[in-house]
Every structure is written in structure tokens, then in C-alpha cells.
Ligand binder design. Sequence first.
Ligand code: KG4
Ligand code: ZN
Length: 399
Amino acid sequence: MRILSIETSCDETSVAIVERINDFRVQVLSETTATSLATHARTGGIIPENAARAQVEYIIPTIEQTLLKASFNKNPQDFLKHEIDAIAVTYGPGLIGSLLVVVEAAKTLAYSLNKPIIPVNHLLAHLYANFISPSPQSSPIKNGRGSKKSSLARDERERVRVRDLFPFIGLIVSGGHTDLLYFNSHTEYQWLGGTRDDAAGECLDKSGRLIGCSYPAGPEIEKKANQFHLRGGISTTPRENVKFQSPLLHSDDFDFSFSGLKAEVSRFVQKSSPLPLGEQRPVSNGTGGWGEGLSNETKNEMCYALQKAIFDVLISKTLNAAEKFNVPNILLGGGVSANQTLIEQFKLKTKDQRLTTHILAPERKYSTDNGAMIGAYAALNYDPKPWNEITANPELYFA
Ligand code: KG4
Ligand code: ZN
């Protein structure tokens, strides 16, 4: 089963061709991602119309490029017609303009080529990035079928050892969502809790703007936090007045809340770099006004404290869920799971508590939005729908 999968729910236009290996693994044969991040960095965040316009511009070239790579520059149209079994597409949640582009493109392909189409929930797909085997980008497609032998990276050995990932607790941490789910099998899952307001990534992005980081702030916050940590050695802790509260850390549920943390960061910045009387702080775009009065050392310290406040509650509630449901595995997914400190802290905490729970996170490039995860979900939950019944759903959540 070979699937052409397309993801454009936000600012990435990402297309992949994936192949199902077995019930728990897919291999990526080819992938291309175009991003309009530079445009959004200039505006300090995503303006939905700008994102949708970029999707319209990128969608066809990105599909063509992915087919070209997979067919080794032969004839992409022939390859699409004869070697692709189905089309998979994100239909929500996300920005309506961006979703409309991808859904209409996928429906047109499915209708004109008479191929099955599988609509995919973007959030569930983030967890399915863990089911992707690392595959050499150049793996040749011999006799029309892909080579199934791929060199196993270290992480993959861990995955093979775990083999059957079910049952697991899934933690989705992205720019728009923070959710905890219990999975018993591909089709049986239960939502346990999620954020009551801002998502973890959103908190990083918005707080980052206040500190003076560019959009998206997550990667820069990780770097700055590491600089603070490395400077002072292993035992570095932020000064008492730079510590932030971990929201809902001790609540007896699986809920999260991050908007108060953002407000705390805002208060700290205003207190630390007061403006002359009568002057107004501009609306922050990460480039001026906010964070200007803070020293680099203080910014690094704040990033460390902010990350810690967010990660402590993510880790604590996820481990509580793993204990309650007695699962052997925890799967992370979403852009924030690209953060190496989060993964390391998860592993350290399980070790400290003498737990045998395995912590798995996608390969870094599959943590943030990508087409391959859409293909992974579709290949392992093959459920085509009539093309004319598929509509973009920006509010899509869990069934
Ligand atoms: O999953 P994703 O690409 O898009 C959504 O579905 O929202 O996640 C984007 C989020 C942004 O908030 C970004 O700041 C965050 O992921 N992010 C990170 C890192 N890389 C991306 N957060 C922390 N550390 C990172 N290394
Ligand atoms: Zn996402």
C-alpha cells in the first residue's frame, strides 16, 4: 500500500509518499516541505490569510517535487497514476483557509485519478509520527516497489524492541493543542484531558515574543534555556524571582492551563524593564519594545524557567496517566516534542521513579507538521471515504 499524503493545516505545505510495512510501521519514500515561516516571523505570528495564500502558491510544486523524487525524475504523472494506491489528506483541525487548499487539492486528485481518499485528523497523526521508520531518502524504488531494508537508527532499535506500541498514553503538544489520550489499539482510544486555554506551544510562542524571541519561539527558547543551564553546570536553577509557577501541577485531573503562565511572564518583563512614564509598550512582534531592557543572561534564565514550568506539569500528568492506565509506553507528538530537554526530562523522571515506561518521540523532523505523519495514520487506519463527503473542519477534535 503506497499513499500520497498531504498536510497543509497551518503554515507548512508538506507532501510525502509513504508505504505500509506492517501493522505498526510505515516507511517514507519521498517527502517535500515548503514553509511560509519567514513571512510569519516578520509579523510575529501567523496571519491566516498569509498562510492560505502561501499554501495556494506551494501546493502543486510541492506535490510535483515529491513525485519527482520518488520516481527518480522519470515521469511523475505516470508514477502518480500507476504507483500510488491512495491519497491521504488532513481535514482538520487547523486554519480554515489553509485546510480548504489541501482538501480541495486532494479531492481533485482522488476524483480525477479515481483513487481512494482517506481524511485524517491532524492531531491523531502527530502521535502516528512515532510509527514512521527512518528510511534513507534515496531508497530506490525497484521494479515499481520500494526497498524495505532500511538502516536502523538508534531510536529505531528502541522502537523495534518495544515493537507493539499499544497500549500507550499519547501526549500531543503543539502550537494549537495540548492533549492526553489513552490508546488501546489503532481504533480504540480515549481522550483524558487537555488544555483549558492556551496550548503549551502557544504559551512558548507568546511568552517568547514578550522575552524578545522570534516566531516560532520554541526552538529559540530551547537554545537559550540550554545556554543558561550549561553556563552554570548541572545544578543551575533560576533565581527565586525568575521562577514561574507550573499551572495545575497538583490538580487531580488531566487538564492543563497555560494562559496564566504567559501573564506571569508579561508581568515579569514589565517589572524588569519599566518604560519611562507616559510611554506605551508597542504590540509585540518579537522585534522591538518587549524584552529590550532585559540582559541576555536574564532572557536565558527566563527561558529556562518558562520551559521548566511547562515541562514539569506535562511530565507529571503524563506519568500519572501512564500509571493509572498501567501502560508500558508513552508516545509524544507535536512541535514541542522536538524539544530534546523535554524528552530527556521525561526519561530522567521515569528513571527517578523506577518506572519501566518507555518514552518515545518522533524523529525531530516528524515532530513538527509534516505530510509523512498523515500518511502514517492513513496507512495504519485505512478507511477511505467518498471524495464528495469530505469537507475541511477547522474545529475537528476527537470523536
Ligand atoms: O505541531 P506544530 O508544528 O504545529 C501545530 O500543529 O501547532 O507545532 C508548532 C509548535 C510551535 O509552538 C513551536 O514553537 C513549537 O511547536 N516548537 C518547539 C520546538 N520546535 C517547535 N517547542 C519547543 N522546543 C522546540 N525545539
Ligand atoms: Zn501540528
